[in-house]
Design a protein around this ligand. Sequence first.
Ligand code: HEM
Length: 448
Amino acid sequence: MDSELGGRSPVHTGPGEDLWGRVLLVGGALACGHPHLPPHLHQAGALCSRFLKPWLGDGLLLSGGDKWSRHRRMLTPAFHFNILKSYVRIFNDSVNIMHAKWKRLASEGSAHLDMFEHISLMTLDSLQKCVFSFDSNCQEKPSEYIAAILELSALVTKRHQQIILHMDFLYHLTSDGRRFRRACRLVHDFTDSVIQERRRTLPDQGLDDLLKAKAKVKTLDFIDVLLLAKDEDGKELSDEDIRAEADTFMFAGHDTTASGLAWVLYNLARHPEHQERCRQEVRELLRDREPKEIEWDDLTQLPFLTMCIKESLRLHPPVTMVSRCCTQDIVLPDGRVIPKGVICLISIFGTHHNPSVWPDPEVYDPFRFDPENTKERSPLAFIPFSAGPRNCIGQTFAMTEMKVVLALTLLRFRILPAGEEPRRKPELILRAEGGLWLRVEPLSAGHQ
Ligand code: HEM
C-alpha cells in the first residue's frame, strides 16, 4: 500500500482480507481520492446501507451509477455559498436556544451534560429549519418527527449489532422491526407533506416570484432548491427523489456534525490553554458587536478555532470508515493488484492515526493545522469528509455550523471535563460509551 498513508490501519480491528477473502482494509489514499481511480471504485453497499435503504431510499448516500451522478450534479448548487450564507442565521438561533437551556440547567445546579444528547437535538433543529423551513421547537419540547429520526438511527445501529436480525423477514417480525417501519412512515409522511404543500404554492406564486420573495427574507431552503433543480435536459426531480434527498440530508447531517462538535468540546475541555486561546480569538472578533452573533464573513476570521476543529476531526473523525468496491483490477504503485470485486474498507480513523504522517497521533495538537505545517502533507492524510467524487457534499455546511456553534459556546461557557475518560465507540458515527459528559460553566456577561 501507499507507504506514506500507511497500508494496513495500525488501529482498526475490522475484518482483514484473511477473514473475509474479498474484503480489504486499507489506509485512505488508495481508494478515497486517487485521481486515477474513481472509475474503478464504486461506493460499496456497506452492511448498514441495506438497513438504511427503507428510510433513505435512493438519496445521494445510497444510490449509485447514473442516478447518483445525475443527482450529485443537480444537488451541488444546493451547497453553494450563496445558499449556505443564509443558514448562518439559523445556526446562531439554534445554538442560542441550546445555550439558554444550558444556563437554566446550570442555575438549577445540573451543569453535567451529555454533549451528544444536547448537540444532536440542536443539529436536528438547525437541519429541519434549513431543509424544510420548519421550526418544531424540538430543543424545548418533544417533537414526534425528531424523535422518529433519533429512533431510526438507534434502531439501525442496534440491528447492525444483532446478526440474527440482518435477515429482513425476521427483523420485520420483531418489535424493533415494527418500530422501524412506524418511524419510517412518520418521517416519510412529514417530508411528503412539506413537498406537497410547497408544490401547491408553486403554481400560484410562479417560480420567479417565489425566488424573489424567498431571496428577500433570505431563506431558500433545501426543499426549494430541490424543487427548482433541473438536469442538463431540463428534467426535474420527482417527489420521491426529493423525499429521498431531503431525508438523506437529515440523516447524514445531524449525527456527524453533532459528533464533530461534541468531540471538539471534549478536546478543548482537556486542553484549557487551547480553549482560552479560541475564546480570546472570538472575543476579539465580536468585541464591538451587539448582539453577539457570528456572520458569514466572520468564518474566515477564526483561524485558531478552525485549527482546533480540524485537529479534533483528525483525532476523533465522526465517520471512521468508508467502503468502496473495485469494479476492475487496480494495480498499485508497487505492482500488487487488488482484484476486481474486492470491497475495500477505508479506515479514516487509521489514516488519521498513522504515526508516519502524524507523530504522536494520540496527542491533540491544533498546530498540526497551522498553514506552515500543512504544506508538506498530502491532502489525503486528512479525510474526515472522505475524498474523490463521493466525498461529503455537506462539508462546508458542516464546517460553517461547527464554527458558529463552537465560537458562541466558548464565548458564553467554560467547558470542563466531567470526570471519567470517555471510551470511543464507533457506531454509525464515532460516539462515546455511555455518552460524552462534560461540565459547562456559564461565563458572566462582563467576561464575554
Ligand atoms: C462533521 C460533519 C460531517 C462529516 C464528518 C461527514 C462525513 C462524510 C463522509 C466521510 C462521507 C462519505 C461517505 C461514504 O463514502 O460512504 C459523507 C457523505 C455524505 N454526506 Fe457528509 N459529513 C458531515 C456532514 C454532512 C452534512 C451536514 C450533510 C448535509 C446537510 C452531509 C451530507 C452527506 C451526503 C448527502 C453524503 C453522500 C454524498 C455522495 O455520495 O455523493 N454530510 N459525509
